[in-house]
Design a protein around this ligand. Structure first.
Ligand SMILES: *Cc1c(COP(=O)(O)O)cnc(C)c1O
Length: 359
């Protein structure tokens, strides 16, 4: 019996993907091998890899002048890898601070360059996205870094910044493939796979090819985007099994009608929960309405003494991983692509019942 899993990551995967992986575990397509046992340079794995990349390109309509890299290290490693790959002859980069993940990016980048915090939402406890007119961009910055969905605070960009000729670098770890994006507006898009794509261990980097020649000489080869692009992400062994599962998720997404279709469902799922939160006086979501995340929805009980009982009751009703991040407290419901709308309905009815009996 599967639960409704509201974990922020690693997170729920489509059940059909897990079943397919189980069916193919011992013998992938008559090869007599598990995908885990295949050489990354063998014919079988190369066919998996090529289809995975082609499906991702189709899902996000990635233009041909962008390279897709399947790397390791997670989004946290990218916080160091990004300045190393993009500073070139420059010494400065702009960062917009919208919460916990932005803060981590800023701290790490500071080891490699002078960070200009172009805007910060700290004044209102990271509950909004600073509007573009308040950004103080540095024209000499090598790039502008944004986290387009703050997984912990539940704050999402619903617009694309305009940074002129300076490339935007976007951490999309927790909402990539949840909504239609115009890839051509970004210089680099990156994310760990374990939120909305597949298992932990795979890191996706989508980079415009004119940005591939700016790496500092100290850049490690395994994290040197140009070297990895030239090697087809196989300068070293890529996370093969993670790529295979991501490929199954991409196939599943195409079957659902692609990103535009899943976006409509994501809008409906998020609306169910936010509408209820806003009608209730018992629960609160602190994020500005225009900047609320469709993927990660934090909420508080007005009386935090009831938190433990709320969580135990949820678990008894088959809903797990609803405890909020320790920085924010309270609860958080992560409702990624693979969370069925029935899971959100079940959560809202549990919340209503809990309010009725404790309000
Ligand atoms: C989870 C997350 C990260 C960290 O990813 P790792 O794979 O653990 O390094 C970074 N940024 C965002 C927005 C995230 O949600």
């Amino acid at each position: 019996m599967r639960t409704f899993n509201f974990s922020a990551g690693p997170a729920v995967l489509p059940e059909s993907v897990l079943r397919r992986a189980a069916d193919e575990m011992l013998d992938w397509h008559g090869s007599g091998m598990s995908v885990m046992e295949m050489s990354h340079r063998g014919r079988e794995f190369i066919s998996i890899f090529d289809k995975t990349e082609a499906d991702l390109r189709q899902l996000l309509a990635i233009p041909s002048n962008y390279r897709v890299l399947f790397l390791q290290g997670g989004a946290m490693a990218e916080n160091a890898i990004i300045p190393m790959n993009l500073l070139g002859g420059r010494t400065k980069a702009d960062y917009v601070n919208t919460g916990e993940w932005s803060k981590k990016s800023i701290k790490e980048a500071g080891k490699y360059c002078t960070v200009n915090v172009a805007a910060s939402a700290e004044d209102r406890n990271f509950t909004y996205v600073p509007p573009q007119q308040d950004w103080k961009l540095d024209p000499d910055a090598a790039y502008v870094h944004v986290c387009t969905n703050e997984t912990i605070g539940g704050v999402e960009y619903h617009w694309v910044p305009d940074t002129g000729a300076v490339p935007i670098v976007a951490d999309m770890s927790s909402h990539i493939l949840s909504r239609v994006i115009d890839v051509s507006r970004y210089g680099v898009i990156y994310g760990g796979a374990q939120k909305n794509i597949g298992p932990a261990g795979l890191t996706l980097v989508i980079v415009r090819d004119d940005l591939l020649d700016r790496a500092l000489p100290i850049t490690p080869s395994a994290f040197h985007w140009k070297e990895q692009a030239e090697a087809g992400s196989m300068l070293n062994t890529p996370p093969t099994y993670g790529i295979y599962i991501a490929g199954l998720v991409f196939e599943w997404l195409l079957e659902q009608g692609g990103v535009a279709a899943i976006e409509q469902l994501n809008i409906a799922k998020a609306a169910l929960l936010y509408d209820y939160l806003d009608r209730s006086g018992f629960y609160v979501n602190p994020v500005a309405r225009s900047d609320r995340s469709r993927m990660n929805i934090p909420f508080h009980l007005r009386d935090p003494k009831l938190d433990g009982e709320f969580l135990r009751g949820a678990e008894a009703n088959g809903m797990v991983q609803l405890k909020g991040h320790r920085v924010v407290g309270g609860m958080r419901a992560s409702i990624y692509n693979a969370m069925p709308i029935e899971g959100v309905r079940a959560l809202v009815s549990y919340m209503q019942e809990f309010e009725r009996t404790h309000g």
